[in-house]
Every structure is written in C-alpha cells, then in structure tokens.
Design a protein around this ligand. Structure first.
Ligand code: SAH
Length: 220
C-alpha cells in the first residue's frame, strides 16, 4: 500500500468542508496506518472509525479534523486530551502544536485503560512523538500538574464535561467534547465547544457525533 498517496486521497476528500488547513496538513503528515492494529491497516485511510482493541475505537479522520479545527490550537500551545486510545488524535494534535519553534507545545493525554495507554506510549515514542505524554488515570480529574492548558478535548462521550477539565483550561482557551447520555451503547451525542472566559463560559453546538462512553467518574 502506498500510504502517502492514500493519505493524500483522504485529505482531498476532506477539502471543502469547514476544516482548518493546518489540520489538513497534520492529517497529511501522521501515518494513520501505524495506529490501527493488524488486519485493519488497509482500511486506515477510509473515512470511518475503526476498532483499536479493548472495545474502543479510533475516530474517523473527518471527525479528528473537525475537532482540531474547533480547538484551533497554535504552535507552542499545551493541550490536554482525555482518551488517548491508540494515540492517533494525540499525534495529530502534536503536529499542530509543534510548528518550527524551539518551544514547541505538548499534548498531555489521560487514558483509562492501562493496556491501551502502554501501547500508545510505545507507538508514539517509536514514531518520534516525544511531545505527547500519556498517563493512566480517570480523565474526570484532568491532569492538574501541567495546567493551565490552552485547550482541552475529550474523545469519549460524557453527559457533562468534567469540571476539573474545564478548570484546567486558561481563560480564553477552548474545550471540545462529545456530550450526551449514552442511551444504549452509543447515545444521541452533540459535539460541543466551550470557550472559557474570565466571567463565564460560552457554549456552542457543532452537530451530532458518536463516541464511546467515558468510563469511571464518581461512584464507578
Ligand atoms: N483519541 C483516540 C480515540 C479514543 S476512543 C484515538 O485517536 O485513538 C476513547 C478512549 O477514551 C478509549 O481509549 C477509552 O479507554 C478512553 N476513556 C474512556 N473513559 C475515560 C476516562 N474516564 N478517562 C480517560 N480515558 C477514558
């Protein structure tokens, strides 16, 4: 498989939608097939979610691109991710915060499943994504040591965006998350963007999405 050509076609199909050109460049750069275990590598460049083990999924490229566009991170930014999964979305974000600057930003990613976290850590380090830091934990707590972040996002759906995550984002920063009740396995979820202000939080709806439910939280 010519993976570079496959990536180029994937990005071509996303053009014309409301996607930030920097996000398209990042998608063109990250070798998505390296993140999809075994037999699904051939499907890595189709625009659909794929299984990554442990009953979890890697999001479709168009969803990653949309979330990156909404998050609008810049080179040098520090970003909190909840739900590392296979590490693909984190690698895309790492491309966006790296730029050419010496003081490149970092991606701080919390993963609930220790096996997925270990696999993602190995994969990211093998591919040279040293700017991504993975920690096993419950994303309901965020990752306070590296706060405040310029932006944060969740790749698992929750009825309410965890307060700790919002608190760890600086004023002027953004949070993007799939929000909704998991009715059945996947519920009716909306992609929500919060903009954290000095005196309050602005909330926008960016359409229907389907993500795996967030685990853990109080009483779990
Ligand atoms: N961004 C990922 C997709 C991850 S799927 C990628 O590019 O592959 C959602 C991930 O969220 C799963 O790996 C799941 O284990 C994780 N997750 C679920 N609940 C979580 C929680 N409370 N804290 C951190 N991660 C969680």
């Amino acid at each position: 498989m010519d993976t570079e050509a496959a990536r180029e076609r994937m990005v071509d199909r996303l053009r014309g939608r409301e996607i930030d050109p920097a996000a398209l460049d990042a998608l063109r750069t990250v070798p998505r097939h390296e993140f999809v275990p075994g037999r699904d590598a051939g499907a890595a460049y189709a625009d659909r979610p794929l299984p990554i083990g442990g009953d979890q999924t890697i999001s479709a490229p168009s969803v990653v691109a949309l979330m990156c566009s909404l998050l609008a991170v810049a080179p040098g930014d520090d970003v909190l991710e909840i739900g590392t999964g296979c590490g693909y979305h984190a690698a895309v974000t790492a491309e966006l915060v790296a730029g050419d600057r010496a003081d490149a930003g970092g991606v701080y990613s919390v993963e609930y499943d220790p096996e997925l976290a270990a696999a993602a850590r190995d994969r990211l380090s093998r591919l040279g994504y040293d700017a991504v830091h993975v920690r096993v934990g419950d994303g309901h707590e965020g990752w306070s040591e590296h706060a405040p972040y310029d932006a944060a996002y969740l790749t698992c759906a929750t009825p309410e965006i965890p307060e700790a995550v919002v608190d760890q984002v600086r004023a002027g920063g953004r949070v993007v998350a799939p929000v909704g009740d998991a009715v059945g396995r996947f519920g009716g979820q909306r992609l929500v963007r919060l903009t954290v202000g000095e005196d309050g939080i602005e909330r926008e709806d960016h359409g229907g999405v389907r993500f795996v439910p967030m685990r853990g939280g109080e009483g779990d």
